[in-house]
Design a protein around this ligand. Structure first.
Ligand code: SF4
Length: 365
């Protein structure tokens, strides 16, 4: 089946019929009612990036309870937002949402722009999210293309060109299929079909409204699609972290620079992150204060999207009660950690774990 052979009316009608009966009930959906607000679509779509629906649901509900409108969100403090975001990871999303909300309030009088072209100029809103907001909230004639949609369309049209080079064709097919009515529902139906029926493994073709038209199913190659280039092996990066305690029991924390991973987040001092492990003597030259080091060292591992991260954690007590602290640093009592917006990696570093071992004492810098 080619673009010219598509009977998109039949495909659309059967998919929407299926969606009316089988589409998912989600807190940000309003099936059978007027469109959801763009604020709800935006919040859910950003939260759902790299995060599952099950994880997102309680966060979405909590955010709406705390900040029912975009004005409330823009008027909150960034620390409160980052705190509420804890556990969702990829904190750049939350920081960009904050900037985006402030821009919408300042430049658009608190109203989301109604087109994907304008939406995609806002912080943190890429082409997919812009299309999702524009079609679900405002009925723009555009279908957002995410992993679910790529999979469904690759199979429907038996596209065997490996990704990412096949993307242009998939995007074009998605727009050709977009109907002239119920466009927001069509986009959500396509997402639901990919999430619940046309799943990566064991697609439930016998339940699928598109089975009769599906080339991948008819050729018996559905599950092998979409074709992907083999993934490169994830590299490992390394750092040493310093958990430095004051005589009163508080721990030295600081705010990381805005740019880069965990940008703007609260963290213990670390060496620069790099592609080879550190000899301890070298690592300790990055420690911002003179310390007496303890015997124990903890190993922490963490997985980021593009690399695995291995951190060795050194524990020390600051040697002199110097009033000087590194920029953007402060002492925090451990009982106050839960009030801080600590990323998961820092929780792994700061909270006790079984992974702590006695080790030879590092040299003082
Ligand atoms: S028939 Fe099977 S492979 Fe084709 S779109 Fe439906 S679930 Fe996916």
């Amino acid at each position: 089946m080619d673009q010219t052979d598509i009977n998109s009316d039949i495909l659309t009608a059967s998919l929407l019929r299926w969606y009316d009966q089988m589409g998912r009930n989600l807190p940000w959906r309003v099936k059978g009612k007027p469109h959801p607000t763009p604020y709800h679509v935006w919040l859910s779509e950003i939260m759902l990036q790299q995060t599952t629906v099950v994880t997102v649901k309680p966060y979405f509900e909590n955010f709406l309870k705390k900040w029912p409108t975009i004005e409330d969100f823009a008027g909150a403090s960034l620390d409160d937002i980052l705190h509420a975001w804890q556990g969702l990871g990829y904190y750049a999303r939350a920081r960009n949402m904050y900037k985006c909300a402030q821009q919408i309030v300042a430049s658009y009088d608190g109203k989301f722009p109604r087109t994907s072209a304008l939406l995609s100029k806002l912080p943190g809103i890429g082409p997919y999210t812009a299309a999702a907001i524009a079609t679900i909230a405002f009925e723009e004639k555009i279908t957002p293309v995410d992993g679910n949609v790529i999979r469904v369309l690759s199979r429907l049209f038996a596209i065997q060109e490996p990704l990412p080079s096949g993307m242009k064709r998939i995007f074009s097919l998605a727009q050709t299929l977009t109907p002239s009515y119920r466009r927001g529902d069509f986009a959500q139906a396509l997402m639901d079909l990919g999430a619940t029926i046309c799943t990566p493994r064991n697609p439930q073709c016998f339940l699928c409204p598109w089975q009769k038209s599906c080339q991948g199913f008819q050729q018996g190659i559905a599950e092998a699609l979409p074709e992907k280039k083999p993934k490169a092996v994830k590299p490992t990066r390394y750092a040493v972290a310093f958990v430095i305690s004051h005589a009163d029991g508080s721990i030295l924390l600081g705010r990381r620079q805005e740019k880069g991973l965990l940008g703007g987040m609260i963290a213990v001092p670390t060496t620069p992150w790099r592609n080879e492990d550190y000899p301890l003597e070298e690592a300790l030259t990055s420690c911002p204060l003179r310390c007496m080091w303890k015997e124990k060292i903890k190993e922490v591992t963490h997985v980021f999207t593009h690399f695995n991260f291995r951190v060795r954690v050194c524990y020390g007590s600051v040697l002199e009660d110097s009033p000087w602290l590194p920029p953007d640093s402060f002492w925090v009592k451990p009982e106050d950690f839960p009030k801080m917006a600590l990323p998961t990696l820092m929780k792994k570093i700061l909270y006790p774990s079984k992974n702590t071992q006695n080790h030879r004492s590092p040299q003082k810098p």
